[in-house]
Design a protein around this ligand. Structure first.
Ligand SMILES: [Zn+2]
Length: 210
């Protein structure tokens, strides 16, 4: 399992293709959930090419099942704020060496340079039925914030057959459009960022921080 804190991720070069961010709501087949809404509306945007792929992934779903996007882009400033906050927590716990602080913080919060959401390359998403009710995924999106860690990994052992099937349905439509999953979070998928490049063997990321 490759984690974002793996030093090989930051070594991946970025050849940014310069695509703009695009509003997810412009694709009517996809539903945008407001629970992570930020002041600037960044959460509702991803790179134009990522949005196009999401649209195609959505077309692959059975009738009545839709993608529900929770969070797309995150501003580099917001990511840096979260990283600094975590570093401060570690400093208060007694760690003072700057390199060690960075290493430990990177294990839990992505540094801006590798954060897939900052590149507009990542989405947190799940599936909903025709009435807008979330399908049973055997755990909630961002479950690690609510003490639900056990069900966060995509391959969490002990999932019900229904939850397993629903995760597989989500994975199938996204993988067919080139997305890769972050294995510790079943809801996190990305295309074109450094992590994606490392996992797929691409020579460079096509999306860097924006
Ligand atoms: Zn995510």
């Amino acid at each position: 399992m490759i984690l974002l804190s793996d030093p090989r991720v930051i070594e991946i070069p970025v050849a940014d293709c310069g695509e703009p961010l695009a509003e997810i709501v412009t694709v009517p087949a996809i539903t945008l959930d407001p629970r992570e809404r930020d002041e600037l509306g960044a959460y509702g945007r991803v790179r134009a090419g990522v949005l196009q792929r999401l649209g195609s992934a959505s077309d692959r779903l059975p009738t009545g099942i839709r993608l529900l996007v929770i969070e797309g882009h995150r501003s580099p400033a917001e990511q840096a704020r979260r990283f600094a906050l975590y570093e401060e927590r570690l400093r208060r716990s007694g760690i003072s060496d700057p390199a060690e602080l960075r290493r430990q913080a990177s294990a839990f919060v992505s540094p801006v340079e590798v954060a897939p959401h900052c590149a507009g390359a990542a989405v947190d998403l799940t599936l909903v039925d025709a009435d807008g009710a979330e399908l049973d995924m055997g755990g909630t999106v961002n479950g690690h914030r609510t003490g639900d860690e056990r069900w966060c990994p995509f391959d969490a052992p002990g999932l019900s057959p229904t939850a397993r099937d629903n995760r597989d349905l989500l994975a199938r439509c996204l993988r067919e459009e080139g997305f890769v999953n972050y294995p510790t979070e079943w809801w996190h998928w990305s295309y074109g960022d450094r992590y994606w490049a490392l996992v797929t063997g691409a020579p460079a990321a096509v999306y860097g921080p924006i």
